[in-house]
Design a protein around this ligand. Structure first.
Ligand code: BDR
Ligand code: CA
Length: 308
């Protein structure tokens, strides 16, 4: 199986992405590290631990804690609920001995040089810190898959900026410039991961730990989407990044030069991709530009069917 580390800010769609990753036999989840984003750093760290304890996977990943002082421009508690888990209360057994996310990622990358794919589904604070820690580390990662930014659709956090890039634009910029092998799965792709009530019915009809967890978690998220956007469905952005690791054939990509606006009065956090036929800079990113949505949906259902 392909070794991955997930750096995430759970968040309901992060939680589903984590379930998907843990249930896919093609992946070995080496570590799950928290970053603040949808909720603050301490709540995100708690949520990572709580979700893993609740699912109790056969092989437990290492857990990393977000920096409690992580500076963030925003959160998304209005959509994900005050605790990031759409209002459900998940216990944590005890405060596990958690190392800092950045240390966990760096240790594991050194231990398995060239083998680890780092998947980022939150603000890129930790990823940027890891990539700039030592010159070697960016090269020692097999791949970095980032869920964030937008190519043509504008933003969701602001009219110009996608949420993960907006929360820590400086980090997003460092990641884009780090010289690692980076795949960007932008909002243009992730906003297509919309699921109606068939997903809720599907998990309700199953008895695995993962399915019963999702059956508890999802209703509050459907409610939030209905109240906030008038939608009869939810968008599970972050699963797109995990699907890129397991099923890259679902995506078409282009090589592009991309950067992040870190100072604009109206545009801070906006990603800027050079799509001209004769771009100035050399491509530094592989950007997902199309996805087979129907196939992506089927994979989520199929993998959840066999979850523990
Ligand atoms: C991103 O914003 C967050 O709220 C989601 O978890 C996802 O990572 C999409 O813009
Ligand atoms: Ca997220």
């Amino acid at each position: 199986p392909r070794k991955i580390i997930l750096d995430m800010d759970p968040g309901v769609d992060d939680a589903v992405a984590l379930c998907l990753a843990l249930a896919d036999p093609g992946l070995e989840v080496v570590a799950v590290t928290a970053t603040g984003g949808n909720v603050g750093p301490e709540q995100a760290s708690r949520n990572v631990q709580a979700i893993i304890e609740r699912i109790d996977p056969t092989r437990w990943p290492r857990i990393g804690a977000a920096d409690p002082l992580q500076p963030l421009r925003s959160d998304a508690r209005d959509l994900h609920g005050p605790n990031g888990l759409a209002g459900i209360e998940l216990p944590v057994a005890e405060k596990a001995n958690r190392h800092a996310s950045v240390k966990v990622i760096a240790d594991e990358v050194r231990n398995a040089s060239g083998e680890i794919t780092l998947i980022s589904t939150g603000p890129m604070t930790n990823v940027a810190a890891v990539l700039t820690l030592e010159p070697d580390i960016a090269r020692s990662l097999r791949q970095v898959i980032v869920l964030g930014g937008s190519v043509r659709v504008g933003g969701n956090a602001t009219p110009a900026a996608e949420f993960n890039a907006y929360c820590d634009p400086g980090a997003a910029r460092e990641v884009f410039q780090a010289g690692a092998s980076i795949v960007v799965v932008p909002l243009d792709i992730s906003e297509q991961m919309v699921f109606g009530y068939d997903l809720l019915e599907f998990v309700r009809a199953r008895t695995s730990r993962t399915a019963t967890f999702l059956a508890e978690l999802l209703p509050g998220f459907y409610r939030a989407y209905r109240e906030r956007f008038g939608m009869e469905g939810v968008c599970l952005h972050d699963i797109a990044a995990v699907l890129f690791a397991t099923n890259p054939e679902l995506f078409a990509t282009d090589l592009m030069h991309g950067d992040v606006e870190t100072a604009g009065e109206l545009t801070i956090g906006a990603t800027v991709f050079d799509r001209r036929s004769r771009p100035d800079g050399k491509p530094n990113l592989e950007v997902a530009v199309r996805v087979d949505v129907a196939a992506a949906r089927n994979i989520l259902f199929r993998v959840l069917e066999n979850a523990c």
